[in-house]
Design a protein. Structure first.
Length: 159
């Protein structure tokens, strides 16, 4: 079974959403054989990836950073989407953190990078805005020798 993980920005600018979605769909639908998708189901890239992976027939493994992870969702629709995707997961891994901290997010991202064959990164190429951000997880994966596929729309900047 091939394992593909995701790391990515929570806020994907409107000018990049269609491109990111199309590239994810192409990469995931072109895979032959069984596929496991690893995601923390954060709003944005993680949820988009999980939706597309499930549509493509992948098994979903959810990596939960902390016991209070649900409290970090800013919008009710993002939380509802998280809960729906979590309910559809084949497996759930929970990091040993009670509270959502940068260290918890980093641990979840590192777990995904350590346990996938390829990491998809919805990333603008800029440094992380806090420990455990996309740039940190991309660097971690690359230092570990994991193949990383960066998905971003050229010329689009995050707010």
């Amino acid at each position: 079974m091939k394992r593909i993980g995701v790391t990515g920005h929570r806020n994907i600018p409107a000018g990049a959403v269609a491109h990111v979605s199309a590239v994810m769909r192409t990469l995931l639908s072109s895979h032959r054989g069984s596929l496991e998708a690893l995601s923390s189901l954060a709003a944005g890239a993680d949820q988009m990836f999980a939706d597309i992976a499930l549509e493509c027939g992948a098994e979903l493994t959810v990596v939960i950073p902390s016991g209070d992870y649900e409290d970090g969702f800013d919008h009710p629709d993002e939380l509802a989407r998280f809960r729906n995707l979590r309910a559809r997961a084949t497996q759930e891994i929970r990091m040993a953190f009670d509270h959502s901290t940068d260290e918890a997010y980093y641990a979840a991202g590192a777990y995904i990078a350590d346990n996938c064959d390829r990491l998809l990164a919805v990333w603008d190429g800029l440094p992380a805005r806090g420990l455990g951000g996309t740039g940190d997880i991309v660097r971690y994966a690359r230092e570990a020798g994991k193949p990383v596929t960066v998905i971003w729309r050229a010329g689009v900047e995050r707010a």
